[in-house]
Design a protein around this ligand. Sequence first.
Ligand SMILES: Cc1cc2nc3c(=O)[nH]c(=O)nc-3n(C[C@H](O)[C@H](O)[C@H](O)COP(=O)(O)OP(=O)(O)OC[C@H]3O[C@@H](n4cnc5c(N)ncnc54)[C@H](O)[C@@H]3O)c2cc1C
Length: 381
Amino acid sequence: MHELPKSSDVVIIGGGVIGLTIARELARQGALDVTVVERASLGAEASSAAAGMLAPQAEADRADEFFYLTCRSRDLYPMFASELLDETGIDIELETTGTLYLAFTEHDVNGLEQRYQWQTNAGLPVQMLTPEEARILEPNISDGVQLALKFPLDTQVENRRLVAALAASNQQRGVRLVTGTTVTSLGIRHGKISRVETSRGSVLTENVVIAGGAWVSMLNVPDKGLPDIGIEPVRGQMLCFEANPPVVRHVIYSPRGYVVPRKDGRLLAGSTTEYAGFDCRVTASGMQSITSAALEICPEVSSLPLSSSWAGLRPRAADGLPVLGPCAEIAGVFYATGHYRNGILLAPLTAELIAASIAGQVDDPALDIFSPDRFRMALIN
Ligand SMILES: Cc1cc2nc3c(=O)[nH]c(=O)nc-3n(C[C@H](O)[C@H](O)[C@H](O)COP(=O)(O)OP(=O)(O)OC[C@H]3O[C@@H](n4cnc5c(N)ncnc54)[C@H](O)[C@@H]3O)c2cc1C
């Protein structure tokens, strides 16, 4: 990896999927000299822990601004995946079999019927399936299924391959990827960013992108406080089984968990939602709740060998929504964080929005809706 430069047009704090996708987009646009500073290794944290589901419809209860943001980003993926393959030879395994959502109780059925109704009314593709129809698609799902929805446009990628492809693309495009280096504070002069301080020296810069995931609140900004966007780490645990031959073909959700089949025969099962600080360990109760949700979906899981387990920290802002765009208090500071459960899904659109805002193009309404300013406004009101 690269040495820390003395100066750079843009410094991106954090080498997860968000920071790396923004770096690639800026480099693609050609004009700027870009440095990514990563404390550990590229993609070391949530971006590798994720399940890689691109499933806005399966997860949404209403058609709000966030829902449309996630659908916009999902729809960028086919082009994004094919460009990354051309650039790097790495296939991020965009899988287009679709996503199933299963109901096992009356309460689950009511929830799925409502989801079906509003999405159908909104003209979105979604199919309602009887248990028999669902079993034709997935013969190994449980006999307890009462109803299923299929979301044909909701897909998945192999997020660890995505990290590798982004790293390779950035290398080729001349982005400096500085790992093992922590940004400790931001230097501000006359209301503008002037440098970042790191564990290995300082870098002069006029633009900083804060893409440090769950650790953003640890950045020290003396005197001139940034808005308090209240980023908190939310732990998600994951189990990985060996499924050769595969037991399911689709990503399958229930209200209590999900299973995600990978092309290489792994079956991921997730997840938990826990406020456990920065503790990133797997626990017995986490394993138990994930296993029981996976068995409810597909009893065949009971005979699969468990090959690994891990946990990651999702970056959640105070209102649970992404924080995107320029900071009103300090010129040259841009936020790209708070992606919470959807950072893999939102990466390509986040990169477009942040590259546009660094170039001074702030006419996309998403940059208003998800602006860091909303936290300042909330304090004033
Ligand atoms: C179990 C689990 C399942 C998930 N499943 C999905 C899914 O199916 N689909 C989906 O879209 N999303 C999913 N997510 C959410 C997704 O993983 C995150 O939203 C996304 O990875 C956030 O990306 P990021 O780059 O902001 O954060 P990260 O990947 O955490 O990267 C931030 C990086 O910044 C570095 N950093 C932090 N502070 C500093 C500093 N001061 N100096 C230098 N470097 C710093 C960190 O070391 C880290 O590498 C899941 C998350 C978990 C935990």
